[in-house]
Write a protein that binds this ligand. Sequence first.
Ligand SMILES: [Zn+2]
Length: 220
Amino acid sequence: MCIKKEIEIIVLLSLELYFRDPQKYLIEADLQMFIEPNIRNTKKGWIEVVCGSMFSGKTEELIRRLKRAQIANLKVEIFKPTVDVRYDENDIVSHNDNRIPSTPVENSQQILLLAQDVAVVGIDEAQFFDEEMPMVAEKLASRGIRVIVAGLDMDFLGRPFGPMPAVLAMADYVTKLHAICVVCGDIANFSYRKSASEAMVLLGEKDVYEPRCRTCYHQQ
Ligand SMILES: [Zn+2]
């Protein structure tokens, strides 16, 4: 079969799937895997950001990308802010208990000092870092390092979170993941806080936050 015919069939199948069940199709589209533009890093750095609400699988996706880099024999360093010691002092752990060793740091400048002689730098819970973090990512990328930043794009009040807007603007690649709304089952991009506490750093446990779609988030 010629390529043109194959492409035609793929397009028709996608359209049919979309019209049969648009919601399911969009959720599956959300799960399409990120393919590294160039996994054997040829000293050309870049910044990629994985963002989304609580329970959207950001850390899971960060770990997947970092493990692929390790399989490719690239030296990887992972940093997280010291504020995030939810599950483990030194590991980055996803909700599925997938884990990878990391270094907790007090501020983003420390990453510049500690990330020596590496090909890939992972930064988890990036929303809790200081406003210097996007420039730190930029400096690392200009050293030829692949920088993978994962973080919440919005806080529980629906506002852009800390340094995330800036790093999203500066990134070469952006992946926005979605959770599933616990109220109606649609795709969710808001983190609804069930507790009355106003503190900004209240780390994500299932009894404090739940993912909600826009409609259910506003019907508090
Ligand atoms: Zn909903």
